[in-house]
Design a protein around this ligand. Structure first.
Ligand SMILES: [Zn+2]
Length: 389
């Protein structure tokens, strides 16, 4: 390919296009198919050495971390940065050191940092690192490490190309201070870019037929199914850069917000923090997002109230119900009643030794309540439950 560079401007364009497509060859296709299978079909490496899996797998609460791989690219990365700036969104860029060819690219790296994004390591030349020698792995990781440090960054996040890692590879990047960072959602932008906005079944089998020409629709379906998480894009594709504004607007309209991969609330395990304590019906809370559990399709919410004779607003976690409520081992038993005069049902804690007869649930006291039956077949019943004083 290098000999073609001198031929003409047209040939140069062709070389650039080929250069961008090294993610999209048959090997890349197979590797991304395997990554998808590991994530979606539960076929992750049982030894825990997958470069795709993120230790935090739920509880994203509509928070999304955008990640852009394989740059920098002098033509497309600035465009991606422009769109992110318009939306006020901070993201994470996993770069390949071999793409940093001169001052143009170094300036892009500085801009990424200056605009509040994370600059991260995606290896030097995007090889499948599962299949290389230890010496080659070290060169691939540390070459890009040096480039990131020159850009003023102490790198922390490493993403294996294609999410393809060996156990020894995972161990190696850890010894170099890196957190291996996979993804929850593959936007499949690499597949859409390979054929002018059409993701061919032969390239990536997992995109449903109705979304073969609809990257926006595919991304929205994936993001909604996961309720957030880390999403994989590539800032080297014009197709991705061109569609990004529309995708971000649609995500914002659907109520998603954006964090970086270092957001400890969203990704506590990835970032080595203790996970947020698991709340349950009756747990104290100040806002809905603290009630990190669900019952069926219903997400828990925080029921806020000011107890009689009190001045401060208090709250406990609750979840919608009709007739019955779930119970959890070791926690107070629950009961479905109404907190809004019989309009809707909400699960509350029964008065029980585990909550010291309601004394452990601030602002509540034991009261007799009748069951909210709704459209269920539950029999009429009553129970002593913890309700606001
Ligand atoms: Zn990549």
């Amino acid at each position: 390919m290098k000999s073609a560079i001198a031929l003409s401007l047209a040939a140069l364009t062709l070389v650039t296009a080929c250069d961008d497509s090294d993610d999209e060859g048959a090997e890349a296709s197979a590797a991304f198919e395997e990554a998808y299978a590991q994530l979606e079909l539960g076929k992750a490496d049982t030894g825990g050495c997958s470069g795709v899996v993120v230790p935090d797998s739920s509880g994203f609460a509509k928070r999304l971390a955008l990640t852009f791989d394989d740059g920098p690219n002098a033509a497309t990365t600035p465009k991606v940065l422009d769109v992110l700036a318009q939306h006020g969104i901070k993201a994470t860029f996993f770069i390949n050191g071999s793409r940093v060819k001169g001052e143009n690219e170094r300036a892009i790296l500085r801009r990424i940092v200056a605009e509040g994004h994370i600059l991260a390591n995606h290896s030097q030349s995007h090889l499948n690192l599962k299949n290389v020698t230890a010496a080659k792995l070290a060169t691939e990781v540390m070459g890009t490490d040096a480039i990131l440090r020159t850009a003023g960054v102490t790198p922390r996040y490493f993403r294996f190309p294609f999410g393809s890692a060996s156990c020894s590879g995972m161990d190696y990047v850890k010894t170099k201070g890196y957190v291996a960072t996979g993804w929850h959602i593959d936007s499949a932008d690499w597949c859409y870019a390979a054929s002018s906005g059409y993701c061919a079944p032969a390239t990536f089998q997992y995109v449903p037929t109705g979304f073969r020409r609809d990257m926006l629709g595919y991304v929205m379906s994936q993001v909604k199914a996961k309720n957030g998480g880390i999403i994989l894009f590539h800032d080297i594709h014009a197709n991705t850069a061109n569609k990004l504004d529309e995708i971000l607007s649609e995500l914002e309209n659907a109520g998603f917000t954006f964090v970086r991969v270092d957001d400890v609330t969203t990704f506590p395990k990835l970032n080595g923090a203790a996970p947020a304590p698991q709340k349950w019906v009756g747990s104290g809370c100040a806002k809905d997002s603290e009630c990190n559990f669900a019952s069926g399709a219903a997400s828990a919410t925080c029921h806020r109230f000011t107890p009689t004779g009190g001045s401060a607003e208090l709250g406990f976690c609750t979840v919608a119900c009709e007739g019955f409520c779930p119970d959890r081992a070791g926690a107070s038993p629950t009961f479905c009643t109404s907190l809004d005069g019989g309009l809707t049902g909400r699960c509350v804690a029964k008065s029980h030794t585990t909550n010291q007869s309601c004394a452990a649930i601030a602002g509540t006291e034991a009261k007799l309540a009748s069951r909210f039956i709704g459209t269920s077949s539950a029999p009429v019943a009553s129970a002593t439950v913890c309700l606001p004083k």
